[in-house]
Each structure stands twice: as structure tokens, then as C-alpha cells.
Design a protein. Structure first.
Length: 353
């Protein structure tokens, strides 16, 4: 079913007009130059045990036919080491092996977000609290990099660590302590690995500045942000107003990277997107939805924007969370809840072919 829909895809969505005259710092040579790139990925919750393998393969087949070559797969550290730091759980490890292999079988290389602290590592303070000893995370990082080598696109160290909802305290100094332990460990496990700065909630230049002050330089290969629109139904080319709430503020992120000697490094959007649902008079700005047609158009406009003025953006991952408990979170996906394709899947196919 998915193959028929996607292979029949044609140019469905027109490229929107881009903002003229945007101030853009010179970017490095990268895969995303001369209108080629970025790599287009999708969030894939393949680790959910509520999925059957038939469903996993159905989703991956749809993405494969749309030309998607990478997905973002969230993996809990506790899946590997639920009991202690000296052993690896046979079931959990085999399950991660299996899901990564399924992705690879479809020609898809997952970016792994490795996070969520097991209880033994922080005195049972909670999964969103960093380990008491960052060396414990470093050891699992080295082991994982050695185990999966080039089967994965890289390792993202935590998720939205600038938000207290995902990292207790959201302190840049604490996060950089973890990152500085993880970076050499990942590379010791597999020298060719790509270590990704945990994707930040929005284009948070203030938090990144504090992270650099805490010693971030030299301890990541790729910077990552989640450039959702603060007013969630605005188009991607909405001008940067100097805050973190626009996609265009990614230019400020890269300029900041350049200031700290990281102009040659890529920026990845490890989450972004627009949700499809109706709004009410009291829907807050950050929960505003769009139609399926507008969702597809905004995706196409984002890719055009990146190709035009953000050549240093190497990968973008469209967000998906079909099991979420709010209309906003549950309707980002490229597939509807019945797994039928939305127009955005055709738009992705157009962008990748």
C-alpha cells in the first residue's frame, strides 16, 4: 500500500517564496551545496514495544519508498543497562540490535538519541536526571559505538537538554560535563562515529553561548537544534526577530558556532515540523495546527530555504509521535494514525528524487 502511494508521487507542492536579503554568514563547503541536500530524515519510534514488526516494516517501507535514508531513533540507556554499569541486558540489547537491523534492511541508517538515566546511575533520582558519575555514560557510549559502528548515522547526546522537561535543571555546565565525557568515549569505541550535540528545544542561542562558556568547543562533531516555530502555524521563512522562536534564527546559531571556531561544523535539525489539526479560539500560539496541505507546503519551503541560505544544515528530521496524548504532538507525522500517507510524504519523495 505504501509503495503504491509513494511511487506515484509527483510534484505536489510548490516552493514558497523565500525571505529576500537575509543576512547570512559564509558557510563551509558541505554536502548541502548547489541545491543538493540536506539529507531528509523522520523521527521513528521503532523502539516502542507497542509496534509489531509488521508495523515497523510498514513505516520503514513507506519512508524507504519516499527516499528517506535516515531516521532518528530514541534509545534509553536503561534498555542496555537496567541493573548496573558492568553488564548489558540480553533482551534489551537484542531488541536494539533488531530495530537497527530492520532500519538497515530498508537502506535507512538511524541517528541514535542515547538518553534516560537508569536508576542505579543516579540514586534513582529519575530518568531525566544526569548520572552521578558521567563516566558511567561514557562507558556505555564507548560500548555502543563499538557495537554498531557504521550501522548508525551517529550518536546524539541527550534530547532537549535546555528544557527542564527533558533534563532536570537544564544547566549547560552539567550537560557539557556529560558531553566532554561522552565525546572521546564514542570515538574510542568507533573512530568514524559522529557525535551530535543533543538537539536543543528551538534555536536557543543564549543556551548555546552558555554551553560554549562551559567548554563545549571540541566536544561535538555536529550541532543540533529543534527549530519549531514559536507561533506554530507560521511559515518557515518568517523573518528572524532575534529570538529563538523561528527557523531563520538557525543562521544566528551558525554564526555563533563560527564565533567559537566551529564554522566548519554542520548543524542538523534533529526535530522540526508542523502539526495537522484544527484550532480553537483559545489555542495557544505554540499549539497551533495547520492543514495537511499547508504542512506539506511548509516542508517543501523549509527544504528550499535550507538549500538557499543554510548550506551548513546537513540533515533534517521531521518529527513524529503518533502515540502522543495531545493533538499537537500526535499529528506531526507523515502518516495518519491509520498509517495512510499524508501529502507531506509525497513532498518528501519529491525532495529526495
Amino acid at each position: 500500500m505504501f509503495t503504491t502511494f509513494v511511487r506515484a508521487a509527483t510534484t505536489l507542492v510548490a516552493v514558497g517564496a523565500l525571505v529576500a536579503g537575509s543576512a547570512v554568514a559564509a558557510g563551509p563547503a558541505s554536502a548541502n551545496v548547489n541545491g543538493i541536500g540536506p539529507d531528509i530524515g523522520v523521527q521513528f519510534h521503532g523502539m516502542w514495544t507497542s509496534y509489531t514488526d509488521a508495523q515497523r516494516n510498514g513505516v520503514l517501507s513507506a519512508l524507504e519508498d519516499a527516499g528517506v535514508t535516515t531516521v532518528r531513533l530514541d534509545v534509553s540507556w536503561a534498555m542496555f543497562q537496567p541493573i548496573n554499569g558492568s553488564s548489558y541486558d540480553p533482551w534489551g540489547t537484542a531488541f536494539v540490535d533488531h530495530v537497527i537491523a530492520l532500519c538497515n534492511d530498508h537502506g535507512i541508517t538511524p541517528l541514535i538519541t542515547l538518553w534516560l538515566t537508569p536508576g542505579w546511575a543516579n540514586h534513582y533520582a529519575g530518568t531525566h536526571v544526569l548520572p552521578t558519575d558521567v563516566g558511567d555514560y561514557a562507558r556505555v557510549a564507548r560500548w555502543a559505538a563499538a557495537r554498531y559502528t557504521n550501522k548508525v548515522a551517529g550518536w546524539e547526546v541527550w534530547n532537549e537538554e535546555n528544557s527542564p522537561a527533558f533534563l532536570a535543571g537544564a544547566d549547560p555546565g552539567d550537560y557539557i560535563e556529560l558531553l566532554r565525557a561522552a565525546y572521546p568515549a564514542f570515538h574510542a569505541g568507533y573512530p568514524g562515529t559522529t557525535v551530535v550535540f543533543g538537539g536543543l528545544e528551538y534555536n536557543d542561542t543564549d543556551w548555546i553561548s552558555r554551553a560554549y562558556a562551559a567548554g563545549a568547543h571540541g566536544y561535538f562533531d555536529v550541532m543540533a537544534t529543534h527549530p519549531y516555530m514559536g507561533m506554530a502555524n507560521l511559515p518557515p521563512a518568517t523573518p528572524d526577530d532575534g529570538t529563538k522562536w523561528t527557523i531563520m534564527h538557525a543562521i544566528a546559531v551558525h554564526n555563533l558556532m563560527a564565533t567559537h571556531g566551529d564554522a566548519g561544523k554542520s548543524l542538523w535539525f534533529t526535530e522540526f515540523g508542523w502539526s495537522t489539526h484544527t484550532n480553537t479560539a483559545d489555542t495557544p500560539n505554540w499549539d497551533l495546527g495547520v492543514t495537511e496541505a499547508v504542512q506539506a507546503a511548509y516542508f517543501t519551503q523549509t527544504i528550499a530555504l535550507v538549500r538557499s541560505v543554510m548550506p551548513w544544515v546537513g540533515k533534517v528530521y521531521w518529527y513524529a509521535d503518533p502515540n502522543a496524548d495531545t493533538p499537537q504532538k500526535a499529528n506531526y507525522d507523515v502518516l495518519r494514525l491509520d498509517l495512510s500517507p499524508k501529502p507531506i510524504l509525497y513532498a518528501i519523495s519529491t525532495a529526495t528524487h
